[in-house]
Structures are given as structure tokens and as C-alpha cells.
Design a protein around this ligand. Structure first.
Ligand code: GRF
Length: 192
């Protein structure tokens, strides 16, 4: 299964996916990393694994449709089947959604539908929940709204954001790779 990983930041989920592939736990190949932040740490990580990177600066394009079309052309060249979002901080537009219909997956650091959008961990701590978690879901036109593929709960460490974050990231790395493996092997049934 040929995949593209989209990321805007550190890329620890990208690295966990690539590591799972190398460890034989995920039957896939990351053909390319796509980023809207040419200086993001994920670019360095991709280089360490000799994986191609397509980076773009959104404001250099007239519209979202324009940069998404360029992304599509690049993904077609690399014969990519699935788009895996891993900390990609832009809403996917109709251009990409229709080109990769039901082939775009995201990971979000909360138990959706609670705490969608930015800083889900901060939102959860602010609300005072005792349990939060991680969700892997299909991407639709909304913000963190698509059909849910898998979830895992994580206990909040009272008043300690960075410890909570560390727990969430560890669970993300495990849940994303195991969910993708099931998805690519057709082992997940959706309710909707
Ligand atoms: C993760 O928490 C992911 O759930 C969210 O963005 C973060 C990306 O982290 N969508 P990283 O760049 O993979 O380290």
C-alpha cells in the first residue's frame, strides 16, 4: 500500500509509521511526505529515512484548489493510494477530497466528538476531564468530523499538561500504526 504522510510539525507520528513499516508491523510504503511548513522538523526526519518531501507555501498560490491540484499531481506521479494526515494543520478542501474519496485518514488527540480543532489537549485540560484519548478517523469536509475508525482512552495527569501530552503521543503512535494495518487489510467495519 503506497501512502503519503501529510504533516506540519514535529512528525513523531510520521516517524512511528515509518518505524512500524521497517519493523514489519505495517504493510505499506511512505512514498512521500507533504508539508506546508518547509522548515518543519518532519522534513529533517523524512531526510533521515531518505523519503521524498513535497513542500509548499500556501500563500504563494491563488487558492486552496490550486495548491491541492499540485499536491494531487505529485501524489499521482508517486502512485499514492492513501493520504495519512499526521499533524497537518490545514483543512482538506474539496479538490483533494474528491480525488482521494474515502482514502484520507487523520489522527486527533481527543476522544471525538469531544474537543475537535486546535489544541485538543489544552481544551481537555481546561475542561477538567479526567479521561481523554486519541481518535483515528476518515476525513470529510468538516474539522475532525469524519467516520471514526478507532479510539483509545488516556487518563489525564492532573494539572500536568506535558505528562498528559507524552501519554497521548505514545498512544497515538501505537494506535495509528495498528489502525492503518487493519484498514489496509480491510478489517475495519464502519457503522455509517
Ligand atoms: C498529534 O497530536 C496529532 O494527533 C495531531 O497533531 C499532532 C502531531 O504530532 N493531529 P507529530 O507532529 O506527529 O509529532
Amino acid at each position: 500500500t503506497k501512502i503519503a504522510v501529510f504533516a506540519s510539525g514535529s512528525g513523531s507520528n510520521f516517524q512511528a509509521i515509518q518505524q512500524a513499516i521497517e519493523d514489519g508491523k505495517l504493510d505499506a510504503r511512505i512514498e512521500i511526505v507533504v508539508t506546508d511548513k518547509p522548515d518543519a522538523y518532519v522534513v529533517k526526519r523524512a531526510g533521515n529515512f531518505n523519503i521524498a518531501v513535497f513542500s509548499f507555501v500556501a500563500k504563494q498560490y491563488a487558492s486552496k484548489a490550486d495548491y491541492e491540484q499540485e499536491i494531487i499531481d505529485t501524489l499521482k506521479e508517486h502512485e499514492v493510494d492513501w493520504i495519512i494526515l499526521a499533524g497537518y494543520m490545514r483543512l482538506i478542501g474539496s479538490t483533494l477530497l474528491s480525488a482521494f474519496s474515502n482514502r484520507i485518514v487523520n489522527i486527533h488527540p481527543s476522544l471525538l466528538p469531544s474537543f475537535p480543532g486546535k489544541d485538543a489537549i489544552g481544551q481537555a485540560m481546561e475542561h477538567g476531564v479526567k479521561v481523554t484519548g486519541v481518535t483515528v478517523h476518515f476525513v470529510d469536509e468538516g474539522m475532525d468530523t469524519g467516520p471514526i475508525l478507532s479510539q483509545a482512552a488516556v487518563e489525564v495527569v492532573d494539572g500536568d499538561r506535558s505528562a498528559t501530552e507524552a501519554r497521548i503521543h505514545a498512544v497515538e503512535h501505537e494506535l495509528y500504526t495498528s489502525t492503518l494495518q487493519k484498514l489496509f487489510k480491510n478489517e475495519i467495519k464502519l457503522v455509517h
